[in-house]
Write a protein that binds this ligand. Structure first.
Ligand code: IVH
Length: 700
């Protein structure tokens, strides 16, 4: 925002050959300017009541910059000039949080909230605990460490344990004090949420568009993008803002005993705390606070996605601790999915890799839950009929979290023009014009033409995707160009492209470098594992997990093609539909040819998963996990089981050997009890996995 002032232009210029040594007068002036600028900043950014105008502020800042340039010994890290940003850093340093930065469990209604509160009381064996409600600001969490009151380091949450050092960037946020006031603990960490005000979001996007940069989808992403700029002068241009909501690590001092006291202390030190907080003694009072927050939501200049409810006593908070990544002492009450009204412009059909015809709607762009939505999925033909959706209708669009936006229904039939007609779902594939079918047991309409170009384009895209063969550069566009321009008509052709380098370069927007990278990525994909290759082939129903089971059982591509239905069914987790689909896939001549071609081209990975010790009692056993584990994550538990030769599936059936139960197990536990499955609590599970001890089955 401010460029360094050239010494020559500065009225305070002192010849650079003179050894600068600031006079008392200069030292005094620098101090005075800092006080004035800091005061102006506080009035402007924190109290919203400016006393001096921009030009006066500017003049003081320029003067201070000039003085600091002339007398570098007077520069301090907490000077207001330090908010202007510094030259690009090479990347972000890693920061290990002294106390982990947790996330929050969610509840969506009063019943969920009551459960949380009751669990909390039960844990403490008390019958009442005062709470505090706060707005849940939709930005990103930052931890700022102050040493002797001076901003020392700012870090992102990262994975909760390790974050990124974004100190230079956070310094540019005007509402973040560079220096705290009063009696401050020698080391103090403050935590809070950085966000971009809604009112600044539109103008930021406009600027980006004018500069030819992609627009940000919502204020939250733009805040995160802005804070993670390597060049903090870029961050300085973004009008980021921050609210503090808690203390982190605090060095040797008498800590406040309640959350509300902590917030007051932060405020006294000069930190900005959101004004909206509510005390609550009961769940009913919390519900009233939530209704109030929801009512003022649209009037706020920042996005909120719920209310955070915290147990007020810090002593109780300490006793409560956390489960997994969530504290027991706080919970987020999430607002329901946001809805908005807009016009359904046109209905389109997308042909998927397995031939499924999925309709989607192009919408008049509209903001829903802080995001601009221009498309919505329509799921399938029946959904359109059921809701009687027509082009030109006014519709209600809804989005929940990261879910693809959906059309809830039409807002009013009266608004329809007399020319409106019901939508006719196409009888033919919009890509290859082949006739489509809809089987009775499926809601999906399919194109069953094995040579359909659209299907093949989607297959290529899937084959190249991250979880499959991971071929960078083979995205949506190239997956269309290659077949359309006749370069590939099956997967094996990808590995023949290296002989056509010169022709590839001629493809629009390709060029030598892109072609070289693409060919390199294709070559590297030769060494992908058998499970990935099996998944990449895009056989209907074979996901990355079932591909793994099949690969482990058969060990090679050739062996898989010879698998019988019975052999496949014997694999735990593989059901009759997948078994039949795979056998049918392998029986088709074109697929047999594809596999022989791949093997001939050298794409023939063998499964090299180390064989687990046969004598471990978990070997060959089928596990289901339910509820929240406390000692490890679910992914870790799954890995541990797999390493010992066991398998994990998601639903309890008669085939299940063990149900592992964590906190709040849910309906799987009831079912397991009903059909007599061996149930393990987390300790028993750990004994089984780590020591090979099989706990006695309480049922037998
Ligand atoms: S307290 C133990 N208070 O929500 C977790 N978090 O979903 C401490 N957030 O990562 C969080 N407003 O970034 C707290 N008033 C508030 C908040 C808030 C927004 C964010 C925070 C956290 C996320 C958890």
């Amino acid at each position: 925002m401010y460029e360094h002032v050239n010494d020559q232009e500065s009225p305070l210029h002192i010849p650079s050959n003179s050894v600068s040594s600031a006079s008392d007068e200069v030292i005094k002036r620098v101090a005075q300017l800092r006080v004035e600028i800091n005061r102006a900043n506080t009035l402007y950014y924190i109290e919203n009541a400016p006393e001096i105008d921009d030009a006066e502020w500017d003049a003081r800042m320029q003067e201070l910059l000039a003085l600091e340039a002339t007398y570098p010994e007077l520069q301090t890290p907490d000077s207001p000039t330090q908010r202007i940003g510094s030259a690009p850093a090479s990347g972000f340093k890693e920061v290990i949080h002294r106390l982990p930065m947790l996330s929050l469990g969610n509840v969506f209604d009063e019943a969920g909230l009551r459960d949380w509160y009751q669990r909390t009381l039960d844990f403490l064996e008390i019958d009442h605990a005062p709470m505090v409600c706060e707005l849940k600001i939709d930005g990103l969490a930052i931890a700022i460490t102050y040493k002797n009151g001076v901003l020392d380091r700012a870090a992102t949450r990262g994975d909760g344990v390790r974050g990124e050092d974004v100190t230079a960037n956070v310094r540019t946020i005007r509402s973040v004090p560079l220096k705290l006031n009063g009696d401050v603990p020698s080391e103090l960490e403050l935590r809070g949420e950085v966000f971009l005000p809604n009112s600044k979001f539109a103008s930021l996007n406009l600027e980006r568009e004018q500069a030819g940069l992609p627009a940000y989808v919502n204020p939250r992403n733009s805040a995160s993008g802005s804070l993670r700029q390597l060049d903090s002068t870029e961050t300085a241009k973004r009008p980021l803002d921050m609210y503090f909501y808690s203390l982190g690590y605090v060095e040797n001092t008498i800590e406040p005993t309640s959350h509300r006291e902590a917030l007051s202390a932060i405020k006294e030190w000069g930190g900005r705390v959101n004004e909206w907080t509510r005390k609550a003694e009961t769940v009913k009072e919390v519900m009233i606070a939530i209704a109030n927050a929801s009512a003022i939501r649209d009037t706020l200049d920042y996005g909120i996605d719920g209310v955070v409810i915290k147990i007020n006593s810090l002593i109780l908070q300490k006793r409560l601790g956390f489960v997994g990544r969530d504290p027991r002492w706080a919970v987020a009450f999430k607002f329901p999915a946001e809805q908005a009204e807009t016009t359904l412009r046109t209905i389109h059909i997308n042909v998927g890799r397995t031939g499924a015809l999925t309709p989607w709607a192009k919408l008049e762009p509209v903001m829903v839950g802080g995001v601009t939505v221009g498309r919505a999925t329509l799921h399938n033909k029946d959904e359109i009929t059921r809701k009687d959706l027509r082009e030109g209708d006014r519709v209600i669009v809804q989005r929940a979290g990261d879910v693809i936006p959906q059309i809830v229904g039409i807002s009013s039939k009266n608004k329809r023009s007399s020319a409106s007609v019901p939508y006719q779902f196409p009888h033919a594939c919009p890509s290859c014009q082949a006739i489509t079918i809809q089987t009775e047991d499926e809601a999906v309409t399919r194109c069953v033409n094995g040579a359909c170009m659209a299907q093949f384009e989607r297959l290529l895209e899937h084959y190249a995707s991250r979880g499959a063969m991971d071929i960078e550069g083979l995205g949506e566009r190239i997956s269309q160009d290659l077949p359309r321009l006749g370069f590939v008509s099956n997967i094996a052709d990808l590995y023949r492209l290296r002989d056509r380098r010169n022709d590839l370069i001629k493809i629009d927007k390709m060029g030598e470098i892109r072609v070289a990278n693409l060919l390199q990525a294709i070559e590297s994909s030769r060494s992908q594992s058998l499970p990935r290759l099996l998944f990449a082939l895009g056989i209907s129903g074979i996901g990355s997990e079932s591909a793994e089971w099949i690969a482990h059982r058969f060990g090679s591509l050739t062996a898989v093609t010879k698998a019988t239905r019975e052999e496949l069914l014997a694999i735990d987790g593989i059901g009759p539909i997948v078994a039949s689909t795979l056998v049918e896939y392998c029986a088709l001549e074109q697929n047999q040819k594809l596999i022989t071609d791949l093997i001939e081209l050298g794409i023939n990975p063998l499964d090299q998963t180390p064989k687990p010790a046969d004598d471990h009692p978990a070997n060959g056993m089928l596990f289901v996990i339910t509820g929240r584990l406390e000692m490890m994550s679910r992914a870790e538990a799954q890995d541990q089981i797999k390493e010992r030769g066991g398998k994990v599936t998601s639903s309890v059936t008669k085939k299940t050997d063990y149900l592992v139960t964590g906190a709040e197990p849910g309906s799987k536990l009831d079912k397991a009890k009903r059909i007599g499955i061996h149930i393990l609590d987390e300790d028993q599970f750990s004994e089984l996995i780590n020591k090979g001890i099989v706990p006695a089955n309480p049922k037998t």
